[in-house]
Design a protein around this ligand. Structure first.
Ligand code: CA
Length: 229
């Protein structure tokens, strides 16, 4: 099996070295170190890694900015990101998660914890890659995301592009709660003028169009939505 490639973005050499050692010790991953946001963006452009460990406290281009840029790029949108944050950097942490980082570890971190997070995230990504949600087949709903064809009880349903993307994202994350913020970010992109309320409006419309299958989209009060398989 090919080793996982991890990109470490950290300007402090000692810490970067410790992370590299931690990750490579298990024997199933190799790590590359870059020490600036610029270098990270470049490295990802050459070959996207399987996972990025991103320190938020970087000179010139901050980690949050790097995260934002990566999530807007088609070659890096799906690469899992673990942020390294200072205990005091709650705002950065929240910003990073809102921008689509997958997890965070607070400095000073224990190598064991970091290693466990990395493994869990790589496992999750590998699983998702094995089963691409190209076609979903439920009791009433059949959605072919490649062919952009959705039907309920054999009848074709016309969805707007946004409704289609919304359905796709919910199905890809089936049985998991997806927050409104995450939907906004993944389905609407970075248009900050859109309000979370409009997510509710679109979900409502999508549900209506899906008829009996609409019940598969659950509202999780205070959290967001969940597609039930
Ligand atoms: Ca740093």
């Amino acid at each position: 099996m090919a080793k996982n490639r991890v990109l470490i973005v950290e300007d402090e050499h000692d810490i970067a070295g410790l992370i590299k050692h931690t990750i490579e010790r298990s024997g199933d991953a190799v790590a590359e170190i870059v020490n600036s946001g610029d270098a990270a963006l470049q490295a990802v452009g050459i070959q996207p890694p399987d996972l990025i460990i991103l320190d938020l406290n970087l000179p010139v281009v901050s980690g949050v900015e790097v995260c934002r840029i990566l999530r807007s790029r088609s070659d890096a949108r799906h690469v899992p990101i673990i942020m390294l944050t200072a205990r005091t950097g709650e705002n950065d942490r929240v910003a990073g998660l809102e921008l689509g980082a997958d997890d965070y570890v607070t400095k000073p971190f224990s190598p064991r914890e970091l290693s466990a997070r990395v493994k869990a995230l790589l496992r999750r990504t590998a699983k998702a890659a094995e089963l691409p949600a190209v076609v979903y087949q439920g009791t009433h709903l059949v959605a072919d995301f490649d062919a952009v064809a959705v039907s309920v009880k054999g009848e074709a349903i016309r969805l707007t592009r946004r409704e289609f993307e919304l359905l796709r994202y919910l199905v890809q994350n089936k049985n998991r709660v997806v927050s409104r913020d995450r939907l906004l970010e993944r389905v609407w992109g970075y248009d900050r003028l859109v309000e979370t309320r409009s997510v509710d409006v679109h979900v409502g419309r999508l549900r209506g169009k899906l008829g009996d299958a609409g019940r598969q989209i659950e509202t999780v009060v205070g959290l967001g939505y969940r597609f039930i398989d």
